[in-house]
Ligand binder design. Structure first.
Ligand SMILES: [Zn+2]
Length: 378
């Protein structure tokens, strides 16, 4: 028996509006196409907004690391700083330690120690300890659209731990049962970071997505009277033009991490907390004179929805200019060909939104997707 309708919501990480239009991505299938406004931050900021329809200051997610001296669950990792750096700076070793920590604490979310020095761990907490795609995963306690689906309708949800091939396969096998499906495809982000937006590998990856999605919609049409495809991304991608090392000059200042200040240097945003007023003066003075970015004002943070209660993601934020990569930082050590997490208004930043049918109004930004996911629920 054929089911009446499938609404298929497909997420492709880092498929920017510019990239999709440059390649005419699924031009014939997606008749509605529009840029989708993004947020300041990374997938760790954007995905909770997609799930809840709320701004970062409301759902409480921005970056993975934040200052929390009294509550740091990572404190016991600090003795690892005495181990040889050649060992503890290796990606594979850090990945392995991250897995052990996640297991020991029962973390269900995406947990990675990245390049954060072990001596800094005693002062930091981690935002995504719980799986944000499961109930109760959002720090601010908000329900997600998936909670609404769980309560009302047969649905399918990809597992973000699985490969794209596996997620496509399990949805294909499930066709006929769910009335709504959330397909999670996140592998292109890494290809873009590695090779840049104009690489042949990016074109190949887009062609692969086109083939897979055409096939999926085709198969779905055999099971449903109507198939509506919505396709969107969280952010775009900017080619990196230069690296900026903030870490070395910061470590050379006559200040002590954990005593005078605490810092987390993400790829495009450096955030600082001050334990002594003198440290704030010195760091502020230094950053005001560094070319390649600017200090964010309270007004800018408010406009970005990143004015977090108690400044818990940082008392001072320094944002990189588009194309500048903070490297080496606390998250990445190696240079990348492309990055995101710049000014959301920059032409490279918006994500893509597309639908397989005419729409009178398209979502303007990530927070508007929530209403689309929940439209017409019983
Ligand atoms: Zn990325």
């Amino acid at each position: 028996m054929r089911a009446p309708e499938l609404r298929l919501y497909c997420f492709i990480d880092a498929l920017g509006w510019k990239l999709a239009e440059q390649h005419g991505f699924l031009q014939d299938l997606l008749v509605t196409r529009a840029p989708l406004g993004t947020l300041l931050g990374y997938s760790s900021t954007c995905d909770p907004s997609i799930l809840t329809g709320k701004l970062p200051r409301e759902h409480g997610h921005f970056s993975f690391f934040y200052y929390d001296r009294l509550g740091s669950p990572l404190r016991w990792l600090s003795p690892l700083r005495w181990l040889p750096k050649q060992l503890t700076s290796r990606g594979r070793v850090r990945h392995w330690i991250s897995k052990l920590v996640a297991k020991a604490y029962g973390y269900t979310g995406y947990f990675q120690l990245y390049n954060v020095p072990f001596e800094a761990m005693a002062y930091l907490n981690y935002s995504e300890k719980r799986d944000i795609y499961q109930s109760g995963g959002i720090l601010g306690g908000q329900a997600t659209f998936l909670d609404r689906w769980r309560a009302s309708i047969p649905y399918a949800l990809s597992n973000w731990r699985h490969s794209e091939e596996r997620n496509l396969q399990s949805l294909t096998q499930d066709l006929g049962r769910p009335q709504r499906a959330y397909l999670y495809l996140a592998a292109m982000d890494a290809v873009l970071h590695r090779d840049g937006t104009q690489a042949a590998s990016v074109r190949q990856k887009l062609q692969w997505y086109e083939k897979q999605l055409r096939q999926l919609v085709d198969r779905a049409s055999g099971h449903y009277d109507q198939v509506k495809l919505y396709l969107f991304s969280d952010h775009g991608m900017t080619d990196v033009v230069r690296s900026l090392d903030l870490r070395t000059p910061l470590e050379r200042m006559p200040l002590v991490y954990g005593q005078d200040y605490v810092a987390v240097i993400d790829s495009t945003v450096a955030r600082f907390w001050f334990l002594k007023p003198e440290a704030e003066r010195q760091i502020r003075d230094w950053l005001s004179g560094v070319a390649g970015g600017h200090l964010l004002s309270e007004q800018e943070l408010h406009a970005y929805g990143c004015d977090f209660p108690g400044h818990f993601y940082g008392q001072l934020w320094y944002l990189a200019d588009p194309g500048v990569l903070f490297c080496p930082g606390h998250l990445g050590e190696k240079p990348l060909a492309a990055m995101h997490g710049y000014d959301p208004e920059h032409p490279d930043s918006p994500g893509f939104f597309g639908a397989s049918h005419e729409m009178s109004q398209t979502p303007a930004g990530l927070c508007d997707l929530y209403d689309l996911f929940c439209q017409d629920l019983p």
